[in-house]
Design a protein around this ligand. Structure first.
Ligand code: THU
Length: 130
């Protein structure tokens, strides 16, 4: 868990956020102990921006991780109000990570933890496809 917190804080430094100036780092801890991080990457066509959480999850999936392999998610910002994942990221996190702890941290050492089911109750997922 602490390795993922450190990785999220470090990844935040790589955020490409020239438009919002809001830097976000994320990391996923896998059950095998490895940590994969990501940062937000913005685009001049604003809607193409991708959040740190999705970068981290997609990096992990591209390296072979699959649903069931994820142990927890960390999101790091420098905001006084700890930053929960946006709605789009919650959907992606639910599909790949399931009901794992999501740890929100800031650079002041504040921390708050939720379960994915708290952040996205009654989620649509693959089981709804029948
Ligand atoms: N952002 C994230 O990286 N994660 C979130 O869950 C919320 C928002 C980014 C997107 C954009 O680059 C900036 O924060 C401001 O919305």
């Amino acid at each position: 868990m602490e390795s993922a917190v450190d990785a999220a804080i470090r990844a935040r430094e790589n955020a490409f956020a020239p438009f919002s100036k809001f830097k976000v780092g994320a990391a996923v801890l896998l059950r095998n102990g490895s940590v994969v991080s990501g940062c937000n990457v913005e685009n001049a066509s604003y809607g193409l921006t991708i959040c740190a959480e999705r970068v981290a999850v997609f990096k992990a999936v591209s390296e072979g991780a699959r649903p069931g392999d994820f142990a927890c998610v960390v999101v790091a910002t420098d905001a006084a109000a700890l930053t929960p994942p946006c709605g789009a990221c919650r959907q992606i996190l639910w599909e790949f990570c399931g009901d794992v702890p999501v740890v929100l941290v800031n650079l002041r050492g504040e921390r708050r933890e939720f379960l994915m089911k708290q952040l996205l109750p009654e989620a649509f997922d693959v089981s709804n496809l029948g």
